[in-house]
Design a protein around this ligand. Structure first.
Ligand code: C5P
Length: 235
């Protein structure tokens, strides 16, 4: 993989305060390409947070996991797209019509925002699925929702690196497959369970990697980021 491709494949998860996020982004500006802004930052600081990232030259994955009636989702996707989201997450569980209205919303905005579907939250196991009336296995449900979402207009999905090769096979070469749960060899595993190294996740079929603490909590986040870039270039 080329150096520029490796940089473009890494999305840094900004799970921290606004001040810490801005400080980190100043350090990584011109080196990293993508950041992920989640609900905790967005619901407090709103589109201004996205503007501040874009002003520092970053592309933004706005991880808001949209899930509402189709009419509302069309408006939400339109607004998020106009607000500067390059990637936007949406729940597959909302169904085909909700996803296709989400797609219509981003098309209407005309900014090229791409939609990423969430299938089954990784916090849910078989018992949790059964408790909401889903009787198929977690794996079957993930496959069903991923296929439904991409069929309805999502550009891709978010999944664990363990599922990446299966999802690549199911969804084909064009789908965006974005994987969290990435740990460089030797890094602290933390609370992540189904993990892979950056190179292994890409080899399995991931298009992009969401990486948080291995970069953000490193003593030197810039060199942690650069060594992941090196790993991908060498692989
Ligand atoms: O710090 P770490 O690399 O574990 O961060 C991963 C990011 O990806 C976090 O923002 C986390 O919420 C998100 N995520 C995840 N596992 C999932 C889905 C999202 O870790 N299954």
């Amino acid at each position: 993989m080329l150096d520029a491709e490796a940089r473009d494949a890494i999305i840094i998860a900004l799970d921290m305060s606004r001040e810490e996020a801005l400080e980190l982004c100043d350090k990584l500006s011109g080196k990293a390409v993508w950041v992920k802004v989640g609900m905790t930052l967005f619901y407090r600081y709103g589109p201004q947070m996205v503007d501040e990232m874009r002003a520092r030259g970053f592309k933004v994955f706005l991880d808001l996991k949209l899930h509402d009636i189709p009419f509302q989702i069309r408006g939400a996707a339109y607004s998020a797209s106009l607000g500067g989201a390059d990637l936007l997450s949406i729940h597959g569980l909302g169904g085909a019509q909700m996803i296709s209205e989400g797609r219509a919303g981003v098309e209407e905005a005309g900014k090229g925002t791409q939609l990423l579907a969430i299938s089954v939250l990784t916090s849910m196991d078989q018992d949790a699925l059964a408790s909401i009336g889903v009787t198929s296995s977690v794996a079957e449900e993930v496959r069903r929702l991923a296929k439904l979402a991409v069929g309805a207009g999502a550009h891709g999905i978010v999944c664990s690196p363990q599922e990446a090769s299966d999802m690549r096979q199911l969804l084909g070469p064009e789908a965006l497959i974005v994987c969290p749960g990435i740990r460089p060899a030797g890094a602290d595993v933390g609370d992540q369970a189904r993990i892979a190294t950056p190179a292994a996740a890409i080899a399995a079929g991931a298009s992009k990697l969401v990486i948080g603490r291995p970069i953000t909590k490193a003593e030197d986040p810039v060199s942690a980021f650069e060594s992941i870039v090196d790993e991908l270039v060498r692989a």
